[in-house]
Design a protein around this ligand. Structure first.
Ligand SMILES: Cc1cc2nc3c(=O)[nH]c(=O)nc-3n(C[C@H](O)[C@H](O)[C@H](O)COP(=O)(O)O)c2cc1C
Length: 392
């Protein structure tokens, strides 16, 4: 694994690249009539988190510091990665209708979600095995999230236990559940989350079996089977069981309500039919998600699924979305289409892999600043003001 101090060794041509990047953005090139494709996915290599101008700068460093295997696990997805790509591309198809002459000096991004006051709608999605990206894993992420007041959702397969993570962050984290077919094991995991103070449980419903992840399934199996990276939430209770349950149905919602006091949110809803079933079954929130394109290769971007889910839910419970959010304008577009909040997965992990806690802080700071800027430039001063009228 390469260390940060070695980054400079692999950047002999930074100056040339930066010059080319500047040229790409320059109006001089436009004047020549060249068909310039403006490259936001920067090739710049930075050596300090503070120098990152966008999350792509952090991704570039992460790719070099994390090593091939862990970066492949982070970036990977189902089949040919078409859904991973679609999640990002679909945001580019949406255009913002900005309003003018609005006093945008004071922007308020506060919201109330599942009875909690949050100061930003950008949450950290559950991401497993974060110690694979950086030795401090979820501890670094939660410290960054707490410091900057972003809500973190802890994965069932975190390397540190949910209790350790909540303690390190100093405030409430929410928990994501992968149930095992043996519900006694699931009960043990749920108890850990409740003891850690979690009041919200995200049940992941897009993973009855693991997707076809050709880039990293071998790695994942090895890590889970060998115990090379300990799974904090299974310590003392894990037996040799897969963390997927192909037999799970809607009955699981009732089971969770009977066996837990946490609010039940279903993560992975992508149709209006299932959104209506969520309401019928007493679910308290949904996350429109395709697992960051890691499960079913469907090519249906989550932002394209959002409107039908929002229309079916009709404001009765919160609707969150994740997948492909890389810019503050993406957050703005998701909220304009009716999401109450968004979750980001890979972006904060780029920061983690690149620079540990400092990198996560930078990723969160960048996205929040970009989002506030989008609100100002579009003429919206609070989250409530962002509506479908702001999109074409
Ligand atoms: C490396 C990695 C690990 C993940 N682990 C989990 C997990 O343990 N549980 C879960 O529900 N989702 C998991 N996800 C999915 C994320 O919660 C989220 O849906 C996805 O990352 C959003 O897409 P984005 O990465 O484009 O932001 C994981 C995603 C990645 C990239």
């Amino acid at each position: 694994m390469r260390s940060i101090s070695k980054i400079e060794d692999i950047t002999p041509d930074i100056a040339r690249r930066e010059f080319m990047a500047w040229m790409s953005a320059s109006s001089l090139l436009a004047l020549t009539g060249c068909n310039v494709s403006f490259e936001t996915n920067s090739k710049r290599m930075i050596n300090k988190a503070a120098k990152a101008k966008n999350v792509f700068d952090l991704a570039k460093v992460a790719e070099h510091t994390m090593g091939e295997e862990s970066f492949a696990y982070l970036e990977g997805g189902a089949d040919d990665l078409l859904t991973v790509q679609a999640n990002m591309d679909a945001y580019k198809e949406l255009e913002i209708r900005a309003r003018r002459l609005v006093d945008v000096r004071n922007i308020n991004t506060n919201l109330k979600l599942f009875d909690q006051n949050l100061s930003t709608p950008i949450l950290l999605a559950p991401v497993g095995l974060q110690a694979f990206f950086h030795k401090d894993g979820e501890i670094a992420s939660v410290k960054a999230a707490s410091k900057l007041d972003h809500q973190m959702v802890v994965s069932t397969v975190s390397n540190y236990s949910v209790g350790e993570i909540a303690k390190a962050g100093g405030k409430e984290v929410w928990f994501q559940l992968y149930p095992t077919a043996d519900r006694n094991i699931t009960k043990g995991v749920i108890k850990r989350a409740e003891d850690a103070g979690c009041s919200v449980l995200f049940l992941t419903v897009d993973t009855p079996v693991l997707g076809n992840r050709e880039q990293h399934s071998d790695t994942l199996n090895r890590l889970l089977e060998s115990g090379e990276l300990p799974l904090g939430n299974y310590e003392g209770i894990r037996i040799d069981e897969p963390i997927t349950d192909p037999s799970m149905t809607w009955d699981m919602v009732k089971w969770l309500k009977d066996n837990s006091s946490m609010k039940v949110v279903l993560k992975g809803i992508v149709t209006h039919e299932d959104a209506k079933l969520c309401l019928k079954n007493g679910v308290e929130g949904v996350v429109v998600s395709n697992h960051g394109g890691r499960q079913l290769e469907s090519n249906r971007a989550t932002i394209d699924c959002l409107p039908e889910v929002v229309d079916a839910i009709k404001g009765s419970i919160p609707v969150l979305i994740d997948g492909g959010i890389r810019r503050g304008t993406d957050v703005f577009k998701a909220l304009a289409l009716g999401a109450d909040a968004v979750c980001i997965g890979r972006p904060f992990c780029y920061g983690l892999g690149a620079f540990g806690q400092e990198g996560v802080e930078k990723a969160l700071t960048l996205l929040q600043a970009e989002f506030v800027l989008a609100m100002q430039l579009a003429g919206t001063v609070s989250l409530a003001k962002i509506s479908r009228e702001y999109l074409t």
